[in-house]
Design a protein around this ligand. Structure first.
Ligand code: FAD
Length: 524
């Protein structure tokens, strides 16, 4: 994209007069300088886009949207903000946050998607990819498999997310029990910290910054490049779903599967709760079969079953075009499981198709309008000791009619999360990701949104009042007390890292953790 210089000051005046941004004192040299930055700036329509995100519930206009193509562009933007009296900078990955986390009121949003240089294969002990932070995971997959037959080991379910965006949160999927989340699968980062410095960090070089940035909610620096280890990509995946009538058997089997030795483990373990009903097209029986045309036979469900059932989702990698070997392996690994015989769904699909499966749901959601409506999503990490009570209270009572989208619930292992990283997880070794991925149908409108938000509040309130060992994943809090509670004993470390790497709190203001401070006094 050619670099254009657009004086955005005009735009900013309009925003100020709309009352969207803080009043300008008209004499802020830093703010005016940004108009002269040699960084590609977006047109007005695109700036409005940066005021929205996938959640569709908050609208926070920035002063400008810049499209850095190099790390130097990011450095320049951060330096200008730093010299100003109030500008902030938010990196925007693909805007898939749901609560304005990638927004900057009256500040600078950096659209990371154009950042270079292109992906590159590096040999550093093993094989890795140097990836610009604005790359989507689906681009990493396509590039790695097509050009090198290699791929990262840990994925999110949906790949339309950026590398920098998921590394700022965690990056959880069905491989995380075995390989760790995406934040545990990084060899090196390049980061532009809030003091405008470009730093390369790794577990052995500037390690505090490296671990701070992983799960750091964008607070300590803009990640511009990540080095992601690669392994040979399998060709095929045996994708299996089995159904449970009771949570106890479901959770027991899932925990048994995620704690097996690697040589006996599946390559992927996830699962979800669903409504025991045919009439719910999104959360009901129809959400279980893998292939179109495959039928869910309700006669296999005992009459006394509860309103919520559970589906364990498994995958085994293989490289065979014939299925004989993998049939045997799958059979052997599944025989101890206590699912309802007769409710088994399986398919052999290519590795790329398996990892791209949620992209197909995205197409459907775009077609029926639910991709564009608000998404009051809630992700919580709940310890294994509390999950049975959570099931009784939340799935079977509050959510017994579903959420209009997937209700994921599957176990992860704390030992796969390096405690030096910023991300907050429960105390217990086994904890569950509970993801309530709500979609609101266009006809349902504001009442449905309000009900969903109220339910989310009720669920969090319930986790608190019952004293569960839990953390919100991809959190959104407004008060310092809530953030301090979220990070618990690591709060002091989080604050200290902020002071060290972004001392006047320029970065990621949409997380509403720290308030922007005055610039440092100029040297006499
Ligand atoms: P954004 O939403 O644009 O940014 C998120 C935060 O990170 C913001 O604070 C932003 O300022 C900061 N940030 C972005 N880029 C950088 C950077 N380069 N350097 C520093 N800070 C940065 N999560 C999972 O873990 N597993 C899943 O399976 C999963 N599936 C999802 C499916 C869908 C359809 C959606 C919408 C979200 C899903 N998520 C999942 C959540 C996802 O991880 C978050 O939305 C995350 O924010 C990544 O999205 P993004 O790349 O668009 O980042």
């Amino acid at each position: 994209m050619p670099t254009t210089m657009i004086a955005y000051v005009e735009q900013q005046r309009r925003l100020v007069s709309d009352g969207d941004a803080e009043p300008s004192d008209g004499g802020d040299a830093g703010q005016e300088n940004i108009g002269a930055l040699d960084v590609a700036a977006a047109a007005a329509g695109d700036i409005a886009l940066a005021a929205r995100d996938f959640g569709g519930m908050v609208f926070i206009p920035p002063a400008t949207l810049l499209r850095p193509s190099t790390t130097d562009d990011v450095v320049r933007a951060v330096c200008v903000a730093r010299r100003s009296s109030r500008l902030t900078v938010a990196a925007r990955g693909n805007g898939h946050s749901v609560g304005g986390q990638a927004m900057a009121r009256g500040g600078v949003v950096l659209d990371m998607r154009d950042l270079g240089p292109p992906m590159e294969l590096v040999r550093c002990g093993g094989v890795a990819a140097d990836v610009p932070a604005g790359a989507l995971w689906e681009e990493v997959l396509e590039w790695g498999v097509r050009n090198h037959g290699m791929a990262p080991t840990s994925w999110t379910d949906y790949l339309g997310l950026t590398v920098g965006g998921t590394l700022s949160n965690g990056g959880i999927g069905g491989q995380a029990f075995r390989h760790g989340p995406q934040v545990a699968n990084v060899a090196e980062l390049e980061v532009v910290t809030g003091d405008g410095e470009r730093r390369v960090c790794s577990p052995s070089l500037c390690s505090d910054l490296f671990f701070a940035a992983l799960g750091g909610l964008g607070q300590f620096g803009v990640i511009t490049r990540a080095r992601i280890p690669l392994v040979p990509a399998p060709k095929m995946v045996r994708w299996i779903r089995v159904v449970y009538k009771g949570f106890e058997e479901y959770a027991g089997d899932a925990e048994w599967l995620v704690t097996r030795a690697d040589s006996e483990a599946f390559d992927y373990v996830e699962g979800f709760a669903f409504v025991n009903d045919v009439s719910d097209p999104v959360n009901g029986w129809g959400s279980v079969p893998i292939l179109p045309g495959s039928v869910f036979d309700p006669a296999k469900i005992p009459a006394e079953s509860e309103p919520i059932l559970y589906c364990l989702e498994l995958a085994l990698h293989h490289n065979h075009s014939g299925a004989a070997g993998v049939d045997e392996r799958a059979k052997e690994m599944m025989w101890p499981l206590r699912y309802m015989r007769g409710l088994v769904f399986a398919a052999d699909v290519s590795y790329v198709d398996f990892l791209s499966r949620v992209g197909r749901s995205e197409e459907e959601a775009r077609a029926n309008g639910t991709w564009a409506t608000p998404h009051p999503w809630l992700n919580i990490l709940v310890s294994s000791s509390d999950i049975a009570d959570f099931d009784r209270t939340v799935f079977k009572r509050i959510l017994r009619r579903g959420v209009g989208g997937p209700m994921l619930v599957y176990p992860l292992l704390r030992s796969k999360w390096d405690p030096r990283m910023s991300v907050a997880v429960p105390e217990s070794e086994v904890f569950y990701l509970v993801a309530l991925l709500r979609f609101i149908a266009p006809r349902e409108g504001d009442a449905a949104l309000e009900e969903a938000v109220a339910q989310n509040r009720e669920i969090i309130g319930c986790c608190r009042s019952k004293g569960y060992d839990f953390k919100v994943y991809i959190p959104r809090y407004e008060s310092e007390a809530d953030w301090a509670r979220h990070f618990g004993r690591d709060w002091a470390r989080f604050v200290e890292r902020k002071r060290r790497y972004d001392p006047i709190a320029i970065l990621a203001p949409g997380q509403t953790i720290f308030a922007r401070a005055e610039p440092p006094a100029a040297a006499p």
